[in-house]
Design a protein around this ligand. Structure first.
Ligand SMILES: [Zn+2]
Length: 351
């Protein structure tokens, strides 16, 4: 059996529904599909992917955003530059399924994978070519190696969403393009095949950047402001009274969590900021000129599609309308499909 986990990076539910996806539509009816699936906060790429491939919350895997302040050596560590494999603190599916050959294609979390196409390779090519390259590499790995498990991250989807916004045709077309890639991958596999499709986070429209660093410089409050798009970990040198008073008045801010309150959202870790905030509707903290973003706590960022389909293998999944599914359910589902017994290490449940 081959299990392939596809992540449509930054695929929002409403956009997925609007996009033309005839291949997934034709198979998901016989498989499993839900739009009632929650990812983790912050809805940032490294955090979301880490939870999917380890089946654990940020409080366990420690990937609390795209970057964090390392108190040990007093350095800011951004995972674009510091290898996530050295920082992730939970076992990945690649490690848990250690006997079959595994591949990670443009997947940011690669720890334990046998065949890897690093996500960084995408930086050198234009947005239009990214998902095509990911597709080509996936086909190559499947043809040349005896792959039994793979994670394929269609990172181009996120790029289109951020550049053009979640309602834009180009973003919807990119989701449709991935549907075509999936159908071609399905065709070449002759073995029993399970395809799981989900996203690390959704996408919301933004129209304005709110620069936290500049704002707090102007009001004379110091601290480290480490953004992951629409979320920010704030690290302070003194108590939080002064800054809290200020934060409470900023209309661009949606949620404010003191570090102790991040326990409730499974984000409490030694790397977590003294305060964690998320942006209000339409606001981006980190980058200029985006039309779509994520990181925050809005429904369109937190809920993602979760789809399971198969070939030469009958799935017997029943949709439970009262259950809120989670991207943390993916790892235990894969472990169960692989007939591996791991005693209750997952907070999620198999589908
Ligand atoms: Zn992402």
């Amino acid at each position: 059996m081959i299990i392939l986990l596809f992540i449509l990076d930054g695929c929002a539910i409403n956009s997925y529904i609007k996009a033309h996806t005839p291949f997934i539509d034709s198979l998901s009816e016989k498989g499993f599909i839900t739009f009632n699936c929650k990812t983790v906060f912050p809805t940032a790429t490294y955090t979301g992917h880490s939870s999917i491939v380890t089946g654990t919350f940020p409080e366990q895997h420690g990937m609390i955003g795209n970057q964090f302040f390392d108190k040990n050596d007093k350095k800011v560590k951004h995972f674009d530059y510091y290898n996530p494999s050295e920082y992730i603190q939970s076992h990945t599916l690649f490690e848990m399924l250690n006997s079959p050959k595994t591949m990670a294609v443009a997947e940011p979390i690669t720890k334990g994978a046998d065949y890897i196409m690093p996500m960084q390779e995408l930086n050198e090519i234009s947005l239009e070519k990214r998902d095509e390259l990911i597709f080509d590499k996936t086909m190559k790995f499947l043809k040349n190696y005896n792959i039994k498990f793979g994670v394929i991250n269609f990172a181009g989807v996120d790029g289109y969403g951020e550049t053009f916004g979640p309602d834009n045709k180009k973003y919807l077309n990119e989701i449709s393009k991935c549907d075509q890639f999936l159908s071609q991958i399905y065709e070449i596999v002759e073995d029993k095949l399970i395809m799981i499709i989900t996203a690390d986070h959704g996408m919301t429209k933004v129209s304005k950047r709110f620069n936290l660093k500049r704002y707090f410089q102007n009001v004379g409050i110091s601290g480290q402001f480490l953004e992951s798009h629409r979320a920010c970990h704030i690290y302070l040198n003194k108590d939080h009274k002064e800054i809290m008073e200020e934060l409470n008045h900023i209309k661009e801010i949606d949620k404010i969590f003191l570090k102790s309150q991040t326990k409730d959202i499974k984000l409490y870790h030694k790397r977590t900021g003294d305060i964690v905030i998320s942006a209000n509707t339409g606001i981006e903290f980190e980058k200029e000129n985006l039309n779509g973003s994520h990181g925050g706590y809005l429904k369109e960022e937190l809920y993602v599609p979760l789809i399971i389909m198969s070939k030469n293998y009958e799935l017997k999944y029943k949709y439970n309308s009262s259950r809120i599914y989670s991207t943390l359910d993916v790892a235990p589902t894969i472990i169960k499909l692989s007939n591996i017994k791991l005693n209750n290490i997952f907070p999620g449940k198999p589908i």
